[in-house]
Design a protein around this ligand. Structure first.
Ligand SMILES: Cc1cc2nc3c(=O)[nH]c(=O)nc-3n(C[C@H](O)[C@H](O)[C@H](O)COP(=O)(O)OP(=O)(O)OC[C@H]3O[C@@H](n4cnc5c(N)ncnc54)[C@H](O)[C@@H]3O)c2cc1C
Ligand SMILES: Nc1ncnc2c1ncn2[C@@H]1O[C@H](COP(=O)(O)OP(=O)(O)OP(=O)(O)O)[C@@H](O)[C@H]1O
Length: 476
C-alpha cells in the first residue's frame, strides 16, 4: 500500500475534506506544521498571529488530533517550517505522495513551492481546491471578466454554478503508530497574558466540533437564521450574525456543509430572504478568494487593484490612537476595544473603523489591514485584504469606494448608545445617544451624569465633517 503525507493547513477538519478522502485507502501520515514564521512580525511590526487566533488554532489542533484518533489516524504536529519538516517525514515514512489544499496568496504559494522543491522527485504531488462554496473548476470559463464587481460575479455564479455535495468522512484510516507525534504547545508558550473577556459576543473555541456545534446552535437550537437578514447589522450579542467566520477561516467547518445545513433548514423550518442571505454572504467570501487568485500581490500593495499610485498621509499618533481605541470618537473606540479584547468585531464595525482610518485619518490602509491580520480571530487573508481594499477605495471597482459617515452610522446602528456603553465604561453614565458625541455636551449634562471627560473625549483626535452638521444646542 502506498504511503501518503496529508499536509493540513487552513483546513483543520475531517468532514468534507477531499485530500483526506483520497488518502483513506493508503497509509496516511497527517501532519500540521506550527511554522515559526506565523509568529514573526508583519511588515509594520505587529505579531503575525495575535493571541486570539493563536488560542483558536491550538484548540483546533487538539480537536483535529482527537477526531483523527477516533478514526484511527494520528496527527503529527511539527514545530518547524513545512519545507524542513515535511521532507524529513516523507523520508522517514518512505512516503511517495503528498496531498494538500491549495492556497492562493503569495506567502502560502512560496511555502508550497519550497515544500515541493525540498521533496524527493519521486514524491507525487496532489493538490486540491477546497475552501470555497463554489469549486474553482466549476466556475464559468470567462469568470475573470466578472471579478471586478461582486454583483457581476454573484449573478454569473448563481446562474451557472451549483454547489458540490459534501464528501463523506472516512470511517477508518490506516496510520502507523507514531512514537513522538509532537506536542501541541500551550498558549503561554506564545503569549504570557491572555485574559478571557466576559463582554465578548461569544466564547469562540477552536475546532471542528465547536464549529459544527455553533452551526447547530444558530440554525437548529436557537432558530436564528430566519431573522438573519434583519439582525445581521447588529453589534451586541451572539446571534445578530452567525459568527461562523472563525471556523470557516481555519477550515474547521466547510462552507459546503453549512450550505447543506441551510438547505435542510429551508426544507424543515423556513425559507426566506434571510436563508438566501447567508449563502449570499458566503459568496462574498468566495469572491475575495477568486479575486486574490486572479490579481495576485495587488491585494497587498498600497494602490491595491487600481493602477494609479495613491498617497497616504496620516501620522503615527493617529494610527496608535485608532489601534488603542483612543481616538475620542466613541463608536470607533468601542469597536477597536472590542477587537483588542476579543479578536472579533462585527461587519458594521469593521467597515466603520476601516473607513475612519483611511478616509478621516488618511492613514495607509495596509497598516490597518496588517493590524487586523494580527488581531482577528477569523483572519482570512483574502477576505481581510480584499475588504480593506474595497473600503480604502483601492479595490478593483472604484465605484465601490465608500465613505462612511461615522456619526450617522453610530446613530443608526447604535441608536441608544448601548454598544458604546458596553465597551467604554468611562462614558457609560452618559444618557441615550449623547454617548456618541461627549465633546459637544454641555457642562450641565456632564455634571448631571457625574462625568468628567478624559482627555480624548474632551478633545477627540479629529471630529469628522459629519459631526459638525450637528447643532450643539439641540444635543443634550
Ligand atoms: C475591513 C474588513 C476586514 C474583514 N476581514 C475579514 C477577515 O479577515 N475574515 C473574514 O472571515 N471576514 C472578514 N471581513 C468580513 C466580515 O466582516 C466578517 O466575515 C463577518 O463580520 C464575520 O461575522 P459572521 O461570521 O457573524 O458573519 P455573517 O454575517 O454571519 O456572515 C456569514 C459568513 O459570510 C462570510 N462573509 C460575510 N461578510 C463577508 C465579507 N464582507 N467578506 C467576506 N466574507 C464575508 C463570512 O464567512 C461569514 O462568516 C472583513 C470585513 C471588513 C470590512
Ligand atoms: N498570505 C499573506 N498574508 C499576509 N500578507 C501577505 C501574504 N502574502 C503576501 N503578503 C504581504 O504582501 C507582501 C508580498 O508582496 P511582495 O511582492 O513585495 O513580496 P515580498 O514580501 O517582497 O516577498 P518575496 O521576497 O518572497 O518576493 C509581503 O511582504 C506581505 O507583506
Amino acid at each position: 500500500m502506498q504511503t501518503a503525507i496529508l499536509w493540513y493547513r487552513n483546513d483543520l477538519r475531517i468532514h468534507d475534506h477531499e485530500p483526506l478522502v483520497n488518502c483513506s485507502n493508503k497509509i496516511v501520515i497527517p501532519v500540521y506544521c506550527l511554522d515559526p514564521s506565523l509568529h514573526g512580525k508583519t511588515s509594520f511590526g505587529f505579531p503575525k498571529t495575535g493571541v486570539h487566533r493563536t488560542k483558536f488554532i491550538l484548540e483546533s489542533l487538539h480537536d483535529l488530533r482527537q477526531s483523527l484518533q477516533n478514526i484511527g489516524g494520528h496527527l503529527i504536529v511539527c514545530h518547524d517550517n513545512p519545507a524542513v519538516a515535511i521532507p524529513q517525514l516523507a523520508k522517514k515514512f518512505k512516503a511517495k505522495e503528498i496531498h494538500f489544499h491549495d492556497e492562493v496568496t503569495h506567502e502560502e504559494i512560496v511555502c508550497e513551492k519550497q515544500v515541493i522543491a525540498a521533496l524527493d522527485d519521486s514524491v507525487k504531488v496532489f493538490r486540491y481546491w477546497g475552501s470555497t462554496l463554489m469549486h474553482d473548476d466549476d466556475l464559468p470559463h470567462d469568470i475573470d471578466h466578472c471579478l471586478n464587481t461582486f454583483s457581476k460575479f454573484r449573478n454569473r455564479v448563481e446562474k451557472k454554478c451549483s454547489v458540490r455535495k459534501t464528501l463523506p468522512t472516512p470511517k477508518k484510516l490506516n496510520t502507523p503508530q507514531i512514537d513522538s507525534p509532537g506536542d501541541i504547545p500551550t498558549l503561554e508558550a506564545f503569549f504570557a497574558d491572555y485574559r478571557v473577556e466576559p463582554r465578548s459576543v461569544l466564547s469562540f473555541t477552536g475546532g471542528e466540533s465547536a464549529g459544527q456545534e455553533r452551526v447547530r446552535q444558530y440554525l437548529w437550537e436557537e432558530d436564528c437564521l430566519k431573522e438573519y437578514f434583519n439582525t445581521r447589522n447588529g453589534l451586541l450579542g451572539a446571534n445578530y450574525s452567525s459568527k461562523f467566520s472563525a471556523w470557516l477561516s481555519l477550515g474547521c467547518v466547510s462552507p459546503r456543509w453549512i450550505y447543506e445545513e441551510v438547505k435542510k433548514y429551508e426544507q424543515r423550518r423556513h425559507k426566506n430572504k434571510s436563508t438566501y442571505w447567508l449563502i449570499f454572504e458566503l459568496l462574498w467570501r468566495d469572491f475575495f478568494r477568486f479575486v486574490a487568485d486572479d490579481v495576485g500581490n495587488q491585494i497587498f500593495s498600497p494602490e491595491g487593484m487600481r493602477n494609479e499610485p495613491v498617497s497616504w498621509q496620516g501620522n503615527e499618533d493617529a494610527f496608535v490612537a485608532w489601534q488603542e481605541g483612543q481616538t475620542g470618537i466613541p463608536f470607533i473606540d468601542a469597536n477597536m476595544r472590542e477587537l483588542n479584547a476579543t479578536g472579533f468585531m462585527s461587519n458594521r464595525g469593521r467597515q466603520n473603523v476601516a473607513s475612519f482610518l483611511t478616509k478621516d485619518l488618511k492613514v495607509n490602509w495596509l497598516r490597518g489591514a496588517e493590524y487586523f491580520e494580527s488581531m482577528l480571530i477569523d483572519y482570512d487573508v483574502c477576505s481581510n485584504y480584499g475588504n480593506w481594499c474595497y473600503v480604502a477605495g483601492v479595490g478593483n471597482d472604484p465605484r465601490e469606494n465608500r465613505y462612511f459617515n461615522v456619526l450617522k452610522q453610530a446613530l443608526s446602528y447604535d441608536p441608544q448608545g448601548d454598544y458604546v456603553r458596553h465597551w467604554l465604561p468611562e462614558l457609560a453614565a452618559l444618557p441615550g445617544k449623547s454617548i456618541h458625541y461627549p465633546f459637544f455636551l454641555s457642562q450641565k449634562t456632564l455634571r448631571e451624569a457625574n462625568i468628567q471627560l478624559g482627555h480624548s473625549y474632551a478633545n477627540p483626535l479629529i471630529v469628522p465633517r459629519s459631526f459638525h452638521k450637528l447643532k450643539p444646542h439641540n444635543l443634550d
